[in-house]
Design a protein around this ligand. Structure first.
Ligand code: NAD
Length: 518
């Protein structure tokens, strides 16, 4: 196996001893990955018995794989035979790569690497699995910080494909390339990132949670409605509320706080009072039995509260005034439902008699209705207009109930469940997608990673249906920018300020994804 990846660098040979320090959740998972890949592994922990417990956890994982038929007994035995445990640092002398996965504490990590420098050979690569501490800080006291890089696995390490290879200011590019090739050879999807707060995933993903929390803080939708919209309209596998309940609010809140602190309290990352309240109440999600949802045994599933079937007649035709832009394929769905579509000039709206429908651009429906007059209902941004099963709509304050019913009827006729929400700027999916695109654009602008790596990190690290930059290109950088500018104006908050790279692409009419390469 050539193991080529990362500028043609060679992966570490399979007989290279990989030492993993810290045999907890992550360390034991990483040790399993390296052993499965064929390396002799030394699993080390400073707490008596911890390394052996880590090895037992691996044995149990492998037994599950045997039970499922993805591994045979002989394979399981061979993998376990490759894993030795230890609690004396000197035993790591023969390692060619040391991966640190101890507690998330700068002093402890510095002390460990400083001690390791006196134990391992000159060509041994040092890697840290830190989620939030800068590689610069960890490497500062080392005599050879150039051989230290981040090797950031996601939990559970054996199952999650993504690995962020994190380069500090001092990291030798050849070391990062070697780790890229090695992680690829282990069957992982490695991406290269610069050591900046949250690296790629934990930074770019913040708005996924934050915008949901903002909508909830305004009481504009329930968690169940919000999750249904993000799944059925946004195309995400899980909605933000159910995902936060799964991750644990204590963990999710701590990551947000750490990224916010690291960015010197940039309002873009400001934590939510809604989440703080849950943490303070001990409503941590699944693990404590309650979070946004009630997870206790016997609890009823939360109802998204979709609009009941509207009893108004279905219009025989709709008029599209101007281009709906990225939402234009909604017209195919309308036609397929047997409703005629008439075309006329205009600013990109749908008209059903006196009722106007438009995709949100971050303005309040009430503001737009005040300018245009008449009954206005805004709708959210679907990832795929042909398949979306759910849509959020928001009527203006002035819009009559009868007009809202017409809008509900139209989307129901297309086979969609309709979440009728308050007039919140950017509805649910649109404001989230716009902010994800913006964060990805800003990470690209600041050289955290290249565009394809950012998109790969978000699709493989957190299962987004499309990378945020490609998503921004689908919607169109101009509409994303307009939406953010409208959110910024409506809220009067710096949180929604657009990245200069997004503004540049929008103004020049060019795509975001490969902007830095062009
Ligand atoms: P954990 O608490 O499950 O395991 C840490 C292990 O390190 C324990 O077994 C402990 O005995 C051992 N340890 C502590 N200090 C040590 C030392 N000085 N020398 C040797 N062993 C020591 O923690 P975890 O969740 O596996 O996290 C480990 C690292 O991985 C942290 O830096 C964390 O931020 C990072 N990380 C965690 C996750 C996650 O989801 N848990 C994901 C990515 C990265």
């Amino acid at each position: 196996m050539s193991g080529k990846a990362g500028n043609g660098a060679e992966a570490l040979p399979k007989d290279t001893v990989v030492a993993v320090v810290g045999a907890g959740t992550m360390g034991s998972g990483i040790a399993q990955v390296a052993a499965v890949a064929g390396h002799p592994v030394l699993l080390f922990d400073s707490f008596a018995g911890a390394a052996e417990r880590g090895r037992q956890a691996i044995a149990a994982n492998l037994a599950r794989m045997v039970a499922k038929g993805s591994l045979d007994e002989a394979g399981r035995g061979a993998i376990l035979d490759r894993i030795r445990t230890g609690d004396k640092l000197e035993a790591l002398a023969g390692a060619g790569l040391v991966v640190e996965a101890i507690i998330e504490d700068l002093t402890a990590k510095r002390a460990l690497f400083t001690a390791l420098e006196n134990v391992v050979s000159a060509d041994c690569i040092l890697a840290t699995n830190t989620s939030s501490i800068s590689i610069e800080s960890i490497g500062a006291p080392l005599s050879r910080p150039e051989r230290l890089a981040g090797l950031h696995f996601f939990n559970p390490a054996p199952l999650m494909a993504l690995v962020e290879i994190v380069r500090g200011r001092a990291t030798d590019p050849a070391v990062a390339d070697r780790l890229l090739a090695t992680a690829a050879g282990w069957g992982k999807v490695p991406v290269l990132a610069r050591s900046t707060p949250g690296f790629i995933v934990n930074r770019v993903a913040r708005p996924f949670y934050a915008e949901a929390l903002r909508v909830l803080a305004e009481g504009a939708a329930t968690p169940a409605a919000l999750d249904a919209v993000m799944r059925g309209c946004g195309g995400f596998r899980m909605g933000p509320c159910e995902l936060m309940d799964l991750i644990g609010h204590d963990v999710n809140y701590a990551v947000t706080r750490s990224v916010w602190d690291a960015f010197h309290k940039d309002p873009r990352f400001q934590p939510s009072l809604v989440q703080r309240e849950l943490v303070e109440a001990g409503w941590l999600g699944r693990k404590s039995g309650r979070g946004f949802y009630d997870h206790r045994p016997g609890a009823a599933a939360a109802d998204p509260g979709f609009a009941p079937a509207a009893s108004v007649p279905l219009p025989a035709s709709v008029t599209v005034a101007g281009s709906l832009g990225f939402a234009a394929s909604l017209l195919d769905r309308i036609r397929a439902a047997g409703i005629a579509v008439e075309e006329t000039a205009g600013p990109g709206l749908l008209r059903l008699g006196t009722v106007t429908l438009a995709p949100t651009d971050g303005r309040l429906a009430t503001e737009r209705a005040a300018e245009s007059g008449g009954d206005l209902v805004l709708f959210d941004w679907a990832l795929d207009w042909a398949k979306a099963g759910t849509i959020a709509i928001a009527p203006a304050r002035q819009t009559s109930a009868a007009a809202t019913a017409v809008a509900v009827r139209l989307f129901q006729a297309l086979g969609m469940s309709v979440a009728l929400i308050d007039d919140v700027p950017g509805l649910i999916a649109a404001r989230t997608v716009a902010m994800l695109v913006n964060e990805a654009a800003d990470a690209l602008n600041q050289g955290v990673a290249d565009g394809p790596a950012i998109d790969l990190a978000m699709t493989r690290g957190v299962n987004y249906p499309v990378g945020p930059l490609a998503w921004g290109d689908r919607v169109g950088p101009a509409l994303v920018l307009r939406t953010l500018d409208n959110l910024a104006r409506t809220y009067g908050e710096d949180r929604y300020r657009a990245s200069p790279l997004l503004r540049r692409c929008a103004l020049a009419g060019v795509a975001l994804l490969n902007e830095k390469d062009s």
